[in-house]
Design a protein around this ligand. Structure first.
Ligand SMILES: Nc1ncnc2c1ncn2[C@@H]1O[C@H](COP(=O)(O)OP(=O)(O)OP(=O)(O)O)[C@@H](O)[C@H]1O
Ligand SMILES: [Mg+2]
Length: 497
């Protein structure tokens, strides 16, 4: 029924599409439903069919004469019983004679004890009760057979008709799928258009040279939540990435807006790539082949993936697949292990992305050591989210600015989160001690130095022998012999490593 109604409406959609846009013309062509399908469905099905065909009540009246007749028998049952009752009362002169039905005994004519003498010869006894006898007549028996089987036959007939209907639609599956696809496309486009209009989004521009340039970009979800709660307005930020400046090392306080900023860029690139307007005043994009993200902490215990293992697996995957045309988001990589391990890994990963993948990279971190990275990596820059201290409190400005941050304000944020005062005080003291200790023993470590070249191991005997072979110059027999010889050599090697 839904299909039939949708097909009827699909016809009215096509003339509404504005001419001109090639995509819409393409959709309009697919919108015309195959001849006769909508009519067939409308004719064959009840407007509100039951949920299951086996319950009946699916095929419409007037679609099939045989089904109509079978149904009529069931529906006319009451009328027939009443009519028979009147007739039999007249014939027998028994005023309280009743014609009835129950599930166990079927149809019967009931006569009370006092009137039994008037019962005619053609009545056959069916059941004896305390005060009455129940009878059946040949006419009633014939009706009973017909009525009981009519219902079963009607259900079977409906099932058969329904299968016929499906068979009749089968050849149209492909054009019907086309109609569904066209409507779905229009639905998606309308949703995007409505959002763009309502939320003040703008058309992105695509250029051939590699770049991501965003003026006054916003995170659509965070922005909507802020508006909903009247919790202040969203602070828009610009982004400028190019081959000369393709990595941003983003630092700043917890709650400052690092993750929001990175993800808004990914969302804008994604929206633009799927053909939508974007939440930004302006947006210019070069070719982007993929968006890779490593965000948050999760684990997959059932599949042998601890939190840190999962983080590293995802990061490794990104390093293996990101290209110079990819956008990579690394949100605080390395936090799930000891500080030094994490810092060292983060530095290595940043260097790999900068030197090898050459991807557009947004790299948020609380390792302030990494703010030294841009000093000797020409295509990386430091960015930070601004915050100001007002007494003991911290005010987040959520504005991206050039340059590094120097503090995370983690303890202040913990206090804002409702951490017990005892914990905050304890942490403050511990922090002071840690900072003093670090200042004393800060050794100069070059975090970003490339690893020394691994010494190439000398080739094994098998490898040397293998390299010396010339397969083109060998007969099959010689090749086989060589194979045996290699195997022997390998075995000897294993015995005396
Ligand atoms: N540009 C912005 N305008 C307004 N509010 C913002 C903006 N950016 C972030 N916020 C608010 O600040 C909250 C925290 O932002 P976000 O998670 O991005 O901070 P963060 O710097 O990544 O913090 P952490 O270091 O703890 O991960 C957001 O949930 C949002 O409510
Ligand atoms: Mg964050």
């Amino acid at each position: 029924v839904a299909l039939g109604l949708a097909l009827q409406k699909a016809r009215t959609l096509a003339p509404l599409l504005p001419p001109g846009a090639a995509l819409l013309q393409h959709i309009a062509q697919d919108l015309s439903p195959p001849e006769g399908c909508a009519e067939l469905l409308a004719r064959a099905l009840k407007a509100e069919p039951s949920a299951l065909v086996r319950d009946g009540g699916v095929i419409a009246e007037g679609f099939d004469a045989e089904l109509d007749e079978l149904r009529a028998i069931g529906e006319n049952c009451d009328a027939f019983l009443l009519e028979l009752e009147v007739r039999e009362r007249e014939r027998t002169g028994i005023a309280n004679l009743r014609v009835q039905f129950n599930r166990v005994h079927g149809f019967y004519i009931e006569v009370t004890q006092s009137a039994l003498s008037k019962v005619p010869d053609d009545y056959r006894r069916r059941q004896t009760l305390k005060n009455a006898e129940r009878f059946i007549t040949p006419e009633l028996k014939a009706f009973e057979d017909k009525a009981l089987s009519a219902q079963d036959r009607a259900l079977a007939r409906e099932k058969w008709l329904y299968d016929q209907l499906l068979d009749a639609l089968q050849p149209h599956v492909q054009p019907l799928t086309g109609v569904a696809f066209a409507i779905a496309s229009l639905d998606a486009l309308c949703a995007l258009a409505e959002r763009a209009h309502t939320l003040n989004w703008n058309a992105p521009e695509f250029v051939a040279h590699p770049c991501i340039e965003i003026v006054q970009g916003r995170h659509p979800v965070v922005e909507a939540r802020l508006a909903e709660k009247s919790a202040g307005s969203f602070i828009a930020n610009d982004t400028r990435l190019s081959p000369q400046q393709r990595m941003q090392v983003i630092t700043g306080p917890n709650m400052g807006g690092k993750s929001t900023y990175m993800r808004q860029i990914a969302i804008i690139v994604l929206l633009a790539s799927m053909g939508s307007y974007v939440p930004a005043a302006e947006c210019r994009l070069g070719p982007i082949d993929a968006i890779h993200t490593r965000i948050g902490a999760a684990d997959d215990l059932a599949n042998a993936q601890s939190t840190f293992m999962l983080e590293m697996t995802e990061a490794a995957q990104i390093l293996h697949s990101a290209t110079a045309q990819s956008l990579v988001l690394m949100d605080e990589i390395g936090r799930g292990t000891s500080t030094f391990d994490g810092l060292a890994l983060a530095a290595g990963i940043a260097a790999y992305l900068h030197d090898r993948s050459r991807a557009f990279t947004l790299f948020a971190t609380h390792y302030f050591e990494l703010t030294e990275f841009p000093a000797d990596h020409r295509q990386a820059v430091n960015m930070h989210v601004s915050a100001t201290e007002a007494g003991r409190d911290i005010v987040f400005l959520h504005e991206m600015e050039a340059g590094p941050a120097s503090r995370s304000y983690g303890i202040q944020v913990a206090r804002l989160a409702g951490m017990p005062a005892a914990v905050v005080n304890h942490a403050q003291k511990a922090l002071g001690a840690l900072e003093a200790q670090q200042n004393e023993s800060r050794a100069q470590v070059d975090l970003f130095a490339p690893p020394p070249q691994e010494e190439a191991a000398a080739p094994s005997a098998v490898e040397s022998a293998l390299a010396a072979l010339d397969p083109d110059a060998m007969s099959p027999r010689e090749a086989l012999d060589a194979l045996y010889a290699l195997q022997k050599l390998r075995r000897r090697e294993q015995q005396q490593p």
